[in-house]
Design a protein around this ligand. Structure first.
Ligand SMILES: Nc1ncnc2c1ncn2[C@@H]1O[C@H](COP(=O)(O)OP(=O)(O)OP(=O)(O)O)[C@@H](O)[C@H]1O
Ligand SMILES: Nc1ncnc2c1ncn2[C@@H]1O[C@H](COP(=O)(O)OP(=O)(O)OP(=O)(O)O)[C@@H](O)[C@H]1O
Ligand SMILES: [Mg+2]
Ligand SMILES: [Mg+2]
Lengths: 270, 270
């Protein structure tokens, strides 16, 4: 059965889709069989990325490894109970079907709280939460004391994770839960007072609410520059995708490789 | 009647709440009477900012100008028609009531498409759409040709704006619509191929779908560093809020001042 990786955060724009694309590309470039599910079908950034990748291959006549992609919309049935049953069933069927035939299933979720996203989270073996290096993003995880940087109470997303873990334990009748990893994203190259304050707050928070903190990605144009072609920096070694590798590209590649080993997705991402 | 400024973009994390906070602070520091409405009550970044500001004043014993703040949740009534009538009425009443007693009403909206947000957009005199300097963000506005950077079709948010403009014209029985301003946010300090490509795509797009493009804000830590205290760089001249003004602060202050004059909110933001 393939490993299920969910990328989630109720905070908008934290880097969920960007992280999902790079994990998929890194796994593909190591030769793994990968499936992807877009649970944010309304906005559909991940689905658009896969479409752009398909169009690039046709336009340039090159062959790139592709994920098996599915996009799931929330049910629009008027009755909430029936809609939820539809959502639960749609995700369950897709995950089980894809996990049987692939090494990894990577799931992108929306920047809001909805039932479909909660169902997706409940199937995670690994949950990855990207976070901008900002107390604005942190606020959706926990309310922080402005003087001590300690948590005063968990916020909406942390509450959701507690609830999803309990739901998963009940459904699977086991204590096996998922590993929760918080990765910093779009961190500045220069050290700042804000970055040190975030360091301190995140260290304290990871003890209190139980997640593993990893360095993640710096703010680098290469993480977003290739979206229109459906490429990531992991694809640049393929013939026909010629883009000159700069120092920043090499550093970005190292950050992706480090992320993959931190989350136990050993990949030969070269 | 006060001028109504709506900050909107269905793309998550584009900088809506950050922009809203800075517009409110700039208007307050010019002595204007300002009201604020949070239509993203579930995540509540703007409401948390106002709470943090209140707590800072109590903790430090300083007096800061404050907006009259309201937060409106979407109606949870099961029937969609009744819920929409509630949402319409709640926003209409709040806007009319606040606009009578204030010079400006500034409204923050969520990073998704929901009925409450559409109602908020329909009351705009000025709509401001912050956008990350990325084709990922641009994709929610329009699908762009990867070779020519021209629009191939409008996307979800542009479609929504067309619909809201029509709805507003019908409701107000007039052709008076709102000015739509797109501001670039978190732009890099270094010139890059990506930035030039975004320049070209945005220039073309502003002609095609009809918005005014303004430079907006660079990526600067000062735009997010003071969130826990509910402050912005506009507040730093007030006694008791001592933070040493750096070159970046002065440049950020200029960017806020430029934004205010681009959107016709002349303010004495000093
Ligand atoms: N490490 C990075 N370096 C540079 N830009 C980045 C990085 N990570 C994300 N971005 C950019 O930041 C913006 C937000 O990222 P993204 O869309 O992946 O976030 P998201 O959490 O999926 O957003 P949403 O909540 O809308 O689904 C995009 O414009 C993206 O290109
Ligand atoms: N100009 C800027 N410089 C530095 N950081 C910024 C800037 N603008 C926004 N940010 C940071 O980027 C992140 C996203 O900004 P913000 O939360 O204001 O966006 P939003 O559009 O309101 O998001 P949501 O869709 O979740 O409501 C936050 O962490 C914020 O602190
Ligand atoms: Mg996304
Ligand atoms: Mg916001």
């Amino acid at each position: 059965r393939g490993q299920i990786v969910v990328v989630g955060n109720q905070k908008g724009g934290s880097g969920k889709s960007t992280t999902t694309m790079h994990i998929i590309a890194a796994l593909l470039s190591s030769g793994a069989k990968v499936a992807s599910i877009d649970l944010d079908a309304r906005q559909g950034t991940l689905s658009r990325y896969v479409e752009n990748r398909q169009a690039f291959m046709q336009r340039k006549g090159v062959k790139l490894p592709m994920p098996t992609h599915r996009s799931i919309e929330p049910s629009t049935v008027a009755s909430t109970d029936v809609a939820r049953a539809h959502d639960q069933h749609a995700v369950e069927r897709a995950v089980q079907d894809l996990a049987m035939r692939h090494d990894y299933v990577v799931i992108d979720t929306p920047g809001t709280d909805n039932f479909l996203s909660r169902v997706g989270h409940s199937f995670a073996d690994t949950l990855i939460t990207p976070l901008n290096d900002s107390f604005v993003d942190l606020d959706v995880l926990a309310t922080i004391d402005p003087e001590t940087y300690a948590m005063t109470r968990p916020s909406k997303y942390a509450e959701m994770i507690f609830q999803v873990k309990m739901q998963k334990a009940r459904r699977d009748r086991s204590n096996r839960t998922f590993e929760w990893i918080v990765m910093r994203n779009r961190t500045g190259q220069l050290d700042s007072r804000n970055q040190r304050a975030m360091d301190e707050a995140l260290e304290k928070l990871s003890q209190r609410i139980g997640f593993k903190l990893v360095p993640g990605f710096s703010e680098r144009v290469i993480f977003r520059e290739l979206f229109l072609d459906g490429l990531t920096l992991l694809d640049l070694k393929t013939k026909g995708t010629d883009v000159k590798m700069s120092m920043s590209h090499l550093a970005a590649r190292q950050e992706v490789r480090d992320l993959m080993s931190e989350i136990g997705l050993e990949s030969a991402a070269t």
